[in-house]
Design a protein around this ligand. Structure first.
Ligand SMILES: [Zn+2]
Ligand SMILES: [Zn+2]
Length: 201
């Protein structure tokens, strides 16, 4: 018979607050730990363009920090009306921004059944609980193709979380989507190619 875990052996749950720069959008990331998500950084042009389009400065040469977790582990307490969502193409990733202060906040797939969310670490005042960066995407290499570090782990973890959410039905608890309809709670603005060309390429 399996032994019951003593309370001291249970996973410690960590609630970590997040907010936009001006504080109108606020929420909590539950179980925000190295086990509850993946702390990564990305140097890609799309992430950089996402920052600039949101109203933030181009982070280059620094990367964009992301904590990738499951949407059911996020609560949005205030400021839903200040959020808007855009995408650099009709099938691309959804990028959520704070209209109040021009900050990139989240990125998500278009289909809520693909249940994962990337939370920008600039929105997390204290990133200590999420642990150090364990994966890096699109690191620039002069004169060569960009390289990745530990991207496999990031993808494997994202797929694992997605499958778990699907099997348990937790994917239905998503603060950014009407999961019954399968649509985001705000209309998606698809950025035109002309507008995109003005952003980091
Ligand atoms: Zn704000
Ligand atoms: Zn990126």
């Amino acid at each position: 018979m399996p032994k019951l875990k003593k309370p001291s052996q249970r996973k410690t749950m960590t609630d970590v607050p997040f907010s936009c720069a001006c504080g109108q959008i606020k929420g909590t990331l539950h179980h925000a730990s190295p086990r509850g998500g993946t702390h990564a950084v990305c140097y890609c042009a799309s992430c950089r363009a996402g920052e600039v389009y949101s109203g933030a400065p181009d982070p280059a040469p620094a990367p964009v920090g992301i904590f990738q977790t499951s949407p059911h582990l996020m609560t949005l307490t205030t400021g839903h009306d200040q959020l808007s969502v855009f995408s650099f193409g009709p099938k691309n990733l959804l990028r959520w921004k704070a209209d109040c202060c021009g900050m990139a906040m989240f990125n998500t797939p278009r289909n809520p059944k693909l249940s994962f969310i990337g939370v920008r670490t600039t929105a997390i005042p204290d990133t200590t609980p999420i642990g150090p960066v364990i994966a890096k995407g699109f690191i620039p290499v002069p004169g060569k193709k960009s390289r990745h570090e530990n991207l496999t782990a990031l993808l494997v973890m994202a797929i694992w979380r997605m499958l778990k959410s699907l099997v348990t039905g937790r994917w239905k608890a998503n603060p950014l989507f009407d999961t019954a309809a399968g649509t985001p709670l705000h209309p998606v603005l698809v950025v035109s190619a002309e507008e995109r060309a003005k952003l980091p390429l």
